[in-house]
Design a protein around this ligand. Sequence first.
Ligand code: SF4
Length: 318
Amino acid sequence: MSVTGTTISTPSVERSIDMTPSQRRTFDELIRAERTAALDEGAIGRVRARLHDAVRGSPGAAVRLGKAGLNDLARCPGLFDAVRAGERGPFAFSGRFAAGRLAHKAVELEVAGRDERDSYGLIEAAAVRLVEDDAFAAYWNGLDPLRRDESLMDAAKTLELFRSTFPPLRVMRRALAPSTEWHVRVELLGGALVLSGTLDLVLGVSDDLAAPSRLAIDLKTGRAWPEHAEDMRFYALLLALRFGVPPYRVATLYLDSGEWQSEDVDERVLHRAADRVIDAVRAAAASNAGRPFELRPGPYCTWCPRSSTCPVSQAAAR
Ligand code: SF4
């Protein structure tokens, strides 16, 4: 049985590390804040059993799910079905997406690097790494130098926001065990249901249910959306199924403001994430069986692959 009302312990190393007020606040109020949730030893098994029951009760093709698919379903089952059917066009880099990739890569190099480096130098190093990927290279090499510099500067600003918000993770590696861009995949019932996702930042290493010490954080620029909390609940479920121990807390941190929304992980959080997965399993099975589904138009119709053919699409009205 885990214990509530405990402050997450980290070795005393942090006392000797200088932090700005903003870094200290994140450390004290997000990373080390008192844990309020508890899980008993049977919790993960109960959640896993519900998922197994849902898959067995919905025979059909294997279902692969990530947070994007769950959000599509929450918006409109037609959107979920269209994306699952492969109707979305091939992925294409945009300037905003490229800047995001650059910033995430730079955070990875920042956390993993041996030496302190200036933000712009780290971003340039990140770009060198990313062009090893053919898709990124095709986009990047097609930009004129001015656009490239703009993207580098955008990403450098994001990295600077990260540095000013988080305690110096590079020098606290031993205490906080940070890892970035953590791809996690779970296969249930021999691959009948596959859940996966990539976590921006995970702190802590413990796989002890009595004292869970992982904190999963998504980094965002821009404003908060309700689905961000659902995304993090899904990541809590993913880690719980993968390691048998969930993170003690999940959070979305908004780099522009330095604010975050966080949730301590208890069984209720895991069941809520499982509810969404079960809905998706059933929706996929219904689609595979050719059963009709509800259409729920909304602003997202503009990016739905069926926007021009759907009878209730709102795309034309916008
Ligand atoms: S166009 Fe809109 S209502 Fe129609 S399937 Fe797509 S998201 Fe749903």
